[in-house]
Write a protein that binds this ligand. Structure first.
Ligand code: GRF
Length: 187
């Protein structure tokens, strides 16, 4: 199987990155992670890139400069898929258009509910019974593109934000790789 070249953008802890890297070692996994990009030089996730011997680039600048440098890296390395995994910058319309249909993201809610930040807090405040995560294509509006996979979790009466995050992230770690397989299964 010829694997497509992919890049993962992170800003923080990088647990989703870790699981994608693990799964990408499988010879049947459709992508090869050839680059990790972080806009945050202190992102813990960089340690996973090191552990798995994946080249990484730290681009700690404003959006404009970030995108110019990232774009060059992505073109040079012939990247065909960008996976946003806890990446906290909002990409410009121009950048998204340049990689139309080739950027995916994971979000900790059942979109279109709870776009943006503080999703656990808001779901608890609204006394939701169910929440979860969504892997979706990125378009030029925030947390808006077509959904690829959703995973649900029950919210129990005594759950707090920490409990909920733990449950949702457990699902995220399976969801992201499943979504990547699904993206390529449909091509
Ligand atoms: C995840 O919960 C994801 O849904 C959100 O940011 C978090 C990143 O976690 N976009 P990690 O850095 O992958 O551990």
């Amino acid at each position: 199987m010829v694997k497509e070249k992919a890049c993962i953008f992170i800003s923080g802890t990088g647990t989703n990155l870790k699981f994608i890297l693990k799964n990408s070692r499988d010879s049947n996994f459709p992508i090869n992670i050839v680059l990790v990009i972080s806009n945050n030089k202190k992102a813990f996730g960089i340690s996973y890139a090191k552990k798995f011997s994946i080249p990484y680039k730290i681009i700690p600048y404003s959006r404009k400069k970030f995108e110019i440098i990232a774009m060059k890296e992505l073109r040079d390395k012939k990247i065909k898929l960008i996976c946003l995994a806890g990446f906290m910058k909002i990409l410009s319309k121009n950048f998204v258009r340049n990689f139309k249909g080739k950027i995916i993201n994971i979000h900790p809610s059942l979109l279109p509910k709870y776009k943006g930040l503080n999703t656990y807090k808001r779901a608890l405040k609204d006394r939701e019974k169910v929440t979860g995560c969504t892997v979706h294509y990125v378009d030029d509006k925030l947390d808006n593109g077509r959904s690829i996979i959703k995973k649900r979790v029950w919210i129990l009466k005594d759950d707090n934000e920490v409990d909920l995050k733990k449950k949702v992230q457990k699902e995220e770690h399976r969801a992201y790789s499943e979504a990547i397989r699904k993206v390529y299964a449909s091509i």
